[in-house]
Design a protein around this ligand. Structure first.
Ligand SMILES: [Zn+2]
Length: 165
């Protein structure tokens, strides 16, 4: 007989092989889908004023504040697609001219989106700040290797969400 576990949401018995987790809670596949949809919905309902309260810093502390509690890791990804890369590649072909400006703009807006998204994670975790933030961009391949069309840039941000005293 297969091992069974109890779903942390609907209390149904589930086969261990089918178990999923949501924020550390073992759940059945149905509940997992529901929780992900709920999470996305909550995320999309976050108001700008909730986000603007969150302090985001690359340093390991917040000036004039003591850390009360570490609540988790906040993370975000922004995927920038094909047209951006085409511009990027053609700027090399044609020499770095006027194009560079728009690429810089696009890349920095990717950074801004990533940092904004990090704040959403912090709001959902009821944190006051995200410290030790690292932000990075990487060129990634999607689909067939070697096709310029399939390249994308991923801007990622990660940090430690904390409550302040
Ligand atoms: Zn369930």
């Amino acid at each position: 007989m297969a091992d069974k576990l109890i779903c942390g949401r609907c209390s149904k018995k589930i086969d261990v092989k089918k178990i999923r987790t949501f924020e550390g809670l073992p759940v059945c596949p149905t509940c997992s889908e529901v929780l992900i949809v709920e999470y996305e919905k909550k995320r999309s309902q976050i108001k700008p004023e909730q986000m603007s309260k969150i302090i985001v810093t690359t340093s390991h502390f917040v000036e004039n504040h003591e850390i009360d509690e570490y609540v988790g890791i906040a993370k975000s990804f922004v995927v920038m697609g094909v047209s951006f890369i085409r511009d990027f590649l053609s700027s090399f072909r044609s020499g770095l001219g006027g194009r560079t400006k728009s690429i810089e703009r696009e890349l920095s807006s990717g950074y801004i989106y990533a940092l904004d998204d990090l704040k959403k994670d912090a709001v959902l975790m009821e944190a006051d700040a995200v410290i030790s933030v690292k932000i990075d961009s990487q060129m990634e391949m999607a689909g067939e290797v070697g096709k310029a069309n399939d390249k994308m840039v991923v801007v990622s941000a990660i940090g430690t969400a904390v409550k302040l005293k």
